[in-house]
Design a protein. Structure first.
Length: 611
């Protein structure tokens, strides 16, 4: 059901009959017979009672004399037509300010505005006010200064030559006593298919992989040139479709998403959108309650999730791997078996013709040598003891196979100390909690996050500093988006060992959208392009490209930074050969000393020995 709001404000007590009939003709033409008429007026009316009666004929009518909190409680359907009478731009601005906070407000509706003051300054101000509020589908109904009975109908085309010439009004028709001279369409399509040379103002926050660092800055401005990033490619595709020029604005402050309060005041990127200094905001933005209230949002084109990242557990030293190859239970079983077999053989050898194995120390030494696979100087002489020894050899053989297999597996993969894997462990280890500023607005009403955790959280204003605290200082936990983690995961590795561990489970998932200024006229056009790109799989394709490009760039930078001395050459092997030469020299000197000793001993004792 279409609703028609008729807003009448104080004006001349002598109505213009030609103006009333022209307004009645336009109203009848662009509203259905049974649409609702909302008549809000002050003590005096521009229209007489006959006009009100004719307009409200066969229509339900509601009359109010002011804007009060309960004015719109029963009208939540978007209104399609507005009829506003405003003597000057101040009255028009006041009326729109009251209207736009009603549930039924619709800036895309048709606006018919009756004006008494036709000075160029007043009309330009009116057009500027309407365009600021996103109203472009309007006509100005103005009685001619030469003949008040002739009513001129003016319109304004916002994207004509892509200039904000608010004084560039175009006379589209004239009316006299309800009859149109030309009979032209009063509300034609005002947004062309292509907007060649028009500017699309985009505010961004550097947040990989959505928005990468700018290439350069435009001299003497706060504008930047950005060429890469998931959302940057999306904006570039949209601008190519619409033939628009993109201008990026980035704050000097890093991670300056800003905050948006319940009353509409904002900071950072939110302030730029709220003040309508930019058209679109990008940087992995999510539609919160406040943003839906004060901004326009596009359809979702990507889904993001959050998870915690903590310091990675230290790698265990190599010597521990030798012990950790098998479990403590197996080591205990080996030691018990070793002691039991040694004691059994020693105990059985005491009453037999044994020499070596009558000593318990010799039993321990020989059984340990058998476990290591080293030959022993003598074996038990009796067959019964040799059978017992054979059982020990079989046990050692199987244990050695198990140990060697597990040892190879342990040596070929890194092993770490106990890793923090839950929020309870984060609290137990007294790690600081860090959030990027934009994440607080998403979690403050999330029941899965306790108030205690949120109260202990600190805002992360510099990602490098936050990652330093997690990876190197190891005193904090950082909440990050999954795409950001995936993007930087290869950047925080030392000696082929990761420095950061991220929980496998997500905290929450949210849709990513474009935020647009309230009443942005290109919203439907942007949504249509985004819908086609999502259906074609381009967004996911761009994400993969951004990841692969980043990783390839890192590998190339590492390769270019590697000097010739980084490769294995004779110069780098010199120390190894020096150590080898020193060892050979010491061995040769020891050999000479032994020969001299034996020669001297031979001459002294006159014994024959064989070297």
């Amino acid at each position: 059901m279409l609703l028609l709001i008729l807003l009448l404000t104080e004006t001349s007590p002598h109505p213009n009959p030609s103006l009333s009939k022209c307004l009645h003709s336009i109203t009848t033409k662009f509203s259905t017979q049974f649409s609702t008429l909302w008549l809000s007026h002050n003590q005096t009316d521009l229209f007489d009672s006959n006009f009100v009666k004719s307009v409200s004929q066969n229509r339900p009518i509601a009359i109010s004399s002011d804007f009060n909190p309960n004015l719109d409680q029963n009208f939540r359907q978007k209104i399609a037509n507005y009829l506003i009478e405003a003597p000057d731009h101040l009255q028009l601005e006041s009326t729109i300010q009251n209207l736009k906070y009603l549930h039924s407000w619709n800036s895309k509706a048709r606006f018919i505005i009756g004006v008494d003051n036709e000075t160029e300054t007043n009309l330009a101000k009116m057009v500027e006010i309407l365009w600021y509020e996103g109203i472009y589908n309007f006509i100005l109904v103005i009685p001619s200064c030469h003949n008040p009975l002739v009513v001129n109908l003016y319109s304004w085309y916002p994207y004509k030559k892509c200039q904000n010439g608010y004084d560039k009004l175009q006379l589209i028709d004239t009316c006299q006593f309800g009859f149109m001279t030309r009979g032209t369409n009063l509300f034609p399509a005002k947004i062309p298919k292509t907007l060649r040379f028009c500017k699309l103002g985009v505010g961004a926050v550097v947040w990989p992989p959505y928005v990468m660092s700018p290439k350069k800055r435009v001299a003497n401005t706060d504008r930047y040139v950005i060429t890469d990033g998931l959302e940057v490619r999306l904006i570039q595709t949209i601008s190519n479709q619409l033939k628009m020029n993109v201008s990026y604005t980035i704050s000097e402050k890093p991670l300056n998403w800003g905050h948006l309060s319940v009353n509409g005041t904002g900071t950072g990127l939110m302030a730029l959108l709220r003040q309508k200094k930019i058209d679109v905001g990008i940087a992995s933005l999510t539609p919160t309650f406040e943003r839906l209230k004060f901004f326009e949002t596009s359809q979702s084109y990507y889904f993001e999730s959050f998870r915690w990242c903590v310091p990675h557990a230290h790698a265990q030293p190599t010597w521990r791997k030798i012990l950790d190859a098998v479990s403590a239970d197996l080591w205990g079983a080996f030691l018990v078996s070793f002691a039991a077999f040694s004691w059994l053989l020693w105990n059985l050898s005491r009453g037999r013709a044994e020499t070596t194995y009558r000593s318990f120390a010799n039993c321990l030494v020989n059984f340990y040598a058998m476990a290591l696979g080293i030959s022993v100087p003598s074996y038990p002489k009796s067959h019964f003891l040799r059978c017992i020894t054979c059982f020990w050899l079989i046990f050692c053989f199987n244990f050695a196979i198990l140990y060697n297999t597990r040892l190879v597996s342990v040596l070929t993969r890194p092993t770490y100390d106990a890793q923090i894997k839950t929020m309870d462990q984060v609290v137990e280890n007294r790690l600081g909690l860090l959030f990027p500023s934009s994440f607080f607005s998403h979690f403050d009403k999330n029941l899965s996050m306790s108030d205690d955790i949120l109260n202990k959280s600190l805002e992360c204003s510099d990602m490098r500093d936050c990652f330093k605290r997690v990876a190197y200082d190891r005193d904090s936990a950082l909440c990050l988006s999954s795409t950001y983690i995936y993007y930087v995961k290869k950047s925080y590795i030392s000696d082929n060992k990761p420095l950061i561990y991220c929980f496998p489970n997500n905290i929450a998932t949210y849709p990513v959208v474009l935020l647009m200024k309230k009443g942005f006229p290109l919203k439907s056009r942007l949504n249509g392009i985004i819908s086609r790109l999502v259906e074609g799989g381009f967004v996911d394709f761009w994400a993969r490209q951004v990841y692969s490009h980043k990783w390839k760039s890192e590998e190339m930078s590492k390769l270019n930074a590697t000097s010739d001395s980084s490769y294995v050459n004779m110069e780098r092997l010199k120390s190894a050969f020096v150590c080898f030469l020193v060892g050979l020299t010491i061995s040769f000197v020891v050999l000479i000393c032994e020969l001299v000793y034996y020669v001297v001993n031979f001459v002294k004792n006159k014994h024959i020995f064989i070297v």
